[in-house]
Structure formats: C-alpha cells, structure tokens
Design a protein around this ligand. Structure first.
Ligand SMILES: O=C(O)CCC(=O)C(=O)O
Ligand SMILES: [Fe+2]
Length: 327
C-alpha cells in the first residue's frame, strides 16, 4: 500500500476501518485492559502496549507508516471507525486538568496508535504529566484560551514554546458536542506558503519572535527570539502560537498579522465524531477549535489527547530516568 492508495479528502489523509478491523483492534485493546496493572503511565505495562502495537490491523499500520514518511498536503490524518462504544462511556469528566490513568479501550486505542507512530510522551508541568489527557469543557473556564474552554481557540502549534515540542498530536473523539458541530480547526504551512510574499517569508525566517508557555503549563520559560519558519525554504516547518507568540518589532508584528489571515483562509474544520481520531503533524500544522456550547450534563464533548515524539534520544536530557515525561 502506498501513500497514493490512501484516501485523500480536503481535510487530509483518511482511513475508515472496516468492521473486521474495528473488531480486531477492539480485541487487542481489551487484552491490554485485562493485563495488570493496566495503568496508562506504568512503563512496564506501556512496553507491552508498544509490542502489541505491532499487531494493529495491517492497513492501519501501513497508513501510519506512510503518514510518518510524509504527512501530505494538509499534514493531517483522520482515522474513523475506531472501537469506541459511545453509549457505554461514563459521563464526560468536567474537572480541571482531567486525565486518564486507568486503561480503558479508547485510551488504549489512542496509545496503540501513538506507539506505532513513535514514542508517546507528556510534560511534567502540564496535566500532571499524564500520557493520555482529556480534552473536555470545564465550568468556569469557558472563556479561556485552553482546551478546557469553549470559545474559539486560536491557532497554535502544540507547546510551541518548548524546545522539545511534540512531533504529532493525536486527538481521539469519544463524544462530540451535543450539536455534533464542534470542530478541531487545522491549517497547514504547506497550503499557506504559496500565499506568503517573499519579503514576509524572509522576516518569518528571522529570530524576531518570542513565545510564552500556554495556560495549561504551570511552569515554563518563554523562548529566546526564534524564527517562525525553519528548514527547507520551499517546505518549511512552522512554530507559532497565535495566542502566545509575539513579534519583537513592528514589522514582525505586521508580518504575523498577514500570516494569521492567510492561515485562517486556508484552514479547515475537522468535525470529529465518536470513534474518529485526528493525527496532526505538529511541525507543519497549527490547530485550534471552533466554539461550542457545553451543557455540563455528562454528555459534553470529550477527546483523548496523546503527544508523539519520533526520536527518544533527542529528548533524553529532558526525561528523568529515561521515562516518558519531559521536563
Ligand atoms: O479541542 C480541540 O479540538 C483541540 C484542543 C487543543 O488545542 C488541544 O487539545 O491541544
Ligand atoms: Fe492544542
């Protein structure tokens, strides 16, 4: 199976699991849920999940492999038909800093996918370092620029301020909002680049921007001055958080405003429903979220989030005891 044989939609590469594939993946996840200690952050248990990820349905493994090789024009992969039993789910959590600790089928599915793509990691100063985090609306935080809010969330690269930001962000939908309309917004530098003037590209390649940690981080230093675009001039990486990055001079701020408009113009909304997972290349794509109306009735929107790194050695200095949690 080559990348060309994968299904491309305007939202990105997609793979819709067949009933047989869903059943096989569900069985694999249930076996791990039944394997003690069945704790998502236990490194010995995680090693078994990593091994089991080599038994994912073949088409899924081939899709992840192809996506890792090249994330395509939109930098996003959407998996649908994953084994999530929406009716059997508990109530959507509504507390701050909500995370998953005990293995459940959806949490294990997110882990299996992440561990086949690369290494699943987390950050000590964010959501208590849990490897599987809940993205849920929280009462009192509706208006915040965080994933606990429900107002439009500005485009950002995940943890843009961190020297070892994730290479990929995985978002598995357990439940969408009541109206089934809330969407993860994505915008890819590969689509924006042709619309950026050469003079603006030059400014974006210069260290004329600084980025602060997002509100989800309890500690963290803002960056040294950094460029927004790095790497290949014709296919660069992007590092930008529209809520946390500031231009250091008037020209840099003007260029950023023009870039924001272009990124908005080429953005698309991924409306994830239960059993769908978006995998976003965090080097190429900024993501955000549309607004929605939470009801706090136990049936609100609920995603599991996992972060993936490609190179464990690269982050070793940030990981105490060679664990999965970065400082
Ligand atoms: O709610 C979403 O769809 C995305 C929120 C977000 O930016 C995140 O969880 O990193
Ligand atoms: Fe995010």
């Amino acid at each position: 199976m080559t990348l060309d044989q994968l299904t491309r939609t305007p939202q990105g590469l997609t793979l819709d699991l067949t009933d047989d594939e869903r059943a096989a993946l569900g069985e694999l996840a249930r076996q791990l849920v039944a394997t003690p200690p069945a704790l998502l952050d236990d490194l010995a248990w995680l090693a078994q999940v990593r091994q089991a990820s080599c038994r994912l349905p073949l088409r899924l493994m081939a899709t992840l492999r192809a996506f890792r090789n090249d994330a395509g024009a939109t930098g996003a992969l959407i998996l649908t038909g994953l084994p999530v039993d929406e009716d059997g789910l508990p109530e959507t959590p509504s507390e701050r800093e909500s995370v998953e600790r005990a293995a459940t089928v959806p949490a294990v599915v997110a882990m299996l996918v992440g561990l086949q793509l690369g290494e699943v990691i987390a950050y000590r100063n964010e959501k208590t370092g849990a490897l599987v985090q809940n993205v849920v609306p929280v009462p009192g935080l509706e208006g915040t620029q965080s994933n606990a809010g429900s107002v439009p969330l500005e485009f950002h690269v995940e943890n843009a301020f961190h020297p070892q930001r994730p290479d990929y962000v995985g978002l598995l939908c357990l439940r969408n909002d009541h109206a089934k309309r809330a969407g993860t917004l994505v915008t890819c530098i590969r689509q924006a680049l042709p619309l950026i003037e050469e003079t603006d590209r030059k400014v974006l390649r210069e260290p004329r921007f600084i980025t602060a940690p997002p509100p989800s981080f309890h500690h963290g230093d803002r960056t040294m001055p950094h460029p927004v675009l790095t790497g290949s001039p014709e296919d660069p990486n992007i590092c930008l958080d529209l809520n946390a990055t500031a231009g250091l001079d008037d020209e840099a701020r003007e260029v950023m405003a023009r870039l924001k408009q272009i990124l908005t113009d080429v953005s698309t909304s991924l409306v994830l429903q239960s059993g769908s997972m978006a995998i976003i290349d965090n080097r190429l794509v900024l993501h955000g979220r549309t607004e929605f109306t939470p009801r706090f009735d136990g049936r609100d929107r609920w995603l599991h989030r996992v972060y993936v790194h490609l190179d464990n050695r690269r982050s070793r200095a940030h990981r105490d005891d060679a664990g999965a949690v970065l400082n």
